[in-house]
Ligand binder design. Structure first.
Ligand code: FAD
Length: 482
């Protein structure tokens, strides 16, 4: 029965996994694992480039869009406009979205490879890089991934309840995620109230005692990983003043003459903020500010220090570094000098990392990626990867889009060149549906997600916000099935 063609308007109440997919007459079956930007961009390119392909997207959570929903800062709504493109892809007649399917647990990659001509792994980078220093597990130390997940409503982080009853927070790392976290910690509550930040975190931030945020990097101002937009937002953040150390910028004015454009503008902004005397209006603004933020350079964590109770963070011991070499390739080398910063909150923003989800898939533990060539997984015909799983956790959504298009291009090339045997029939989701059914897994369709979306918007509107996210998977499932 699973191979019958069913008209799209017929609804199979028992298992909607089977209905829409079986309605597509496409012969080539491709599935994508992960419903983040990489998954949707890979699907988009495949659907456009190949008229005979059915693309199914399997996503672990009931809700789609990965880090666009759970990573991108709530006060950057314009970045989330990509969701409308992803929605168009999901509505394509030859595309199906199956949320609430955890690949590696609910269904194996081998089973997907049996059912599809090609499988594209796009499940992102959900692990944390650890600092590997003593005290990392103390109360009050959080990976940025969890802190961001908390304020953005990631179900697994909803109970984080970070302690914000301290004056100084230290963020380790100087990329855009670090700058996002610093901004959220110091933003006026009235600004955050207008965003889709969760009410729970809004309430906690409204009570926050954090008045000072130091953003610490192991290298110098010329190696900072953040970009000018995010730094400018810090510089202009209402009710805050910069607290920089002018001596850390010695020699920068000279360096400006030789550095290329984007970094030059970023360095000019840092120099202006740290060294130039402010104009009168800015001087007054800084004088009236109740909060401060600062960048600190050439410091690496040695140990997170506990307070008198031995349980909660009270400071961090840092090695003072010097740089060897120049530019992006320069290396931080410890000078032997050590210093301590007092703080009651430490957020480590030193990178995300991909994790293996299935022992049958090759994985490079050192680089934390699936080893691939142009998205083709090495020594695994018919298996591909895209997004952060392919490249490591670097780049913005546009970078992810390009690398996902490249992977999709490789899939199309292999399907058309005969590299993959696309002539033999594959069942696609009609082969996977019964397996999931047997295992008690009930997928969430895209129209189910639209019910969740509607409910979140309704709850948000009641509070004057664009949305109030559901934080609990069970509640998402219940809403999807009403
Ligand atoms: P993800 O977005 O992580 O998507 C992976 C998806 O796979 C997720 O939905 C996940 O639930 C799913 N998944 C995981 N495991 C499984 C499994 N076993 N089975 C099925 N599904 C699974 N870029 C910008 O351009 N602008 C920004 O403002 C911006 N802000 C960012 C803020 C933060 C905090 C972070 C971390 C990144 C930000 N980025 C931003 C970068 C952008 O989010 C990434 O480039 C992009 O999300 C990577 O896409 P991806 O699909 O590879 O991974």
């Amino acid at each position: 029965m699973f191979f019958l063609l069913i008209h799209p308007v017929q609804v199979n109440k028992r298992n909607n996994l089977i209905t829409r997919s079986a309605s597509s007459a496409a012969h080539q079956k491709v599935c994508v694992v992960g419903g983040g930007p990489a998954g949707f961009y890979t699907a988009q390119h495949l659907l456009k480039a190949c008229q005979d392909v059915q693309v199914d997207i399997y996503e672990r959570l009931p809700v789609p869009f990965g880090l666009v929903r759970f990573g991108v800062a709530p006060d950057h709504p314009e970045v989330k406009n990509v969701i409308s493109t992803f929605t168009q892809t999901a509505h394509h007649a030859r595309c199906c979205y199956y949320g609430n399917v955890n690949v590696g647990t609910d269904v194996s990659v081998e089973e997907l490879r049996e059912a599809y001509h090609a499988v594209v792994l796009s499940y992102g980078a959900e692990g944390n890089r650890s600092m590997g220093v003593p005290g990392e597990d103390l109360e009050g130390v959080y990976p940025a991934k969890d802190f961001v997940g908390w304020y953005n409503g990631l179900p697994s982080n909803r109970e984080l309840n970070p302690g914000l009853d301290c004056e100084t927070a230290v963020i380790l790392g100087q990329g855009n995620v670090a700058l996002d976290v610093a901004r959220i910690l110091l933003s006026p509550i009235d600004e955050l109230k207008k965003t889709d930040i969760t009410q729970r975190s809004l309430d906690a931030l409204a009570q926050s005692q954090v008045r000072r945020v130091l953003i610490v990097g192991r290298r110098g101002p010329l190696q900072i990983a953040g970009t000018i937009k995010e730094l400018r937002e810090m510089v202009n953040l209402p009710d805050t003043k910069p607290e920089m150390v002018a001596s850390e910028f010695e020699g920068m004015a000279e360096a400006l003459k030789v550095i290329p454009r984007p970094r030059k503008r970023l360095t000019e902004l840092m120099l202006k903020t740290a060294v130039d005397p402010p104009a009168e209006k800015e001087r007054q603004r800084r004088q009236a500010a109740s909060r401060s933020w600062g960048l600190r350079f050439l410091r690496s964590p040695l140990e997170v220090l506990a307070g008198p109770d031995g349980a909660r963070v009270a400071g961090i011991r840092l090695a003072v570094n010097r740089l060897e070499g120049t530019g992006d390739g320069s290396v931080a080398v410890p000078t032997g000098e050590v210093e301590t910063m007092d703080c009651g909150l430490v957020i480590t923003s030193i990178g995300y990392k991909s994790l293996p989800i299935d022992p049958a898939v090759p994985f490079d533990p050192r680089k934390a990626i699936v080893p691939n060539s142009l998205g083709r997984v090495q020594q695994a015909a018919g298996l591909y990867c895209s997004g952060w799983l392919k490249t490591g956790p670097v780049g913005v959504i546009a970078t992810t889009m390009n690398n996902s298009f490249d992977t999709a291009h490789s899939v199309v090339e292999d399907l058309t060149s005969g590299c993959l045997d696309a002539t033999s029939a594959k069942p696609g989701s009609t082969g996977i549906g019964p397996l999931l059914d047997k295992r008690g897994v009930k997928p969430v369709s895209f129209s189910d997600w639209e019910k969740i979306n509607q409910e979140e918007r309704r709850r948000g509107a009641a509070q004057g916000k664009p949305r109030e996210k559901l934080l609990d998977v069970e509640e998402m499932l219940k809403t999807a099935r009403t």
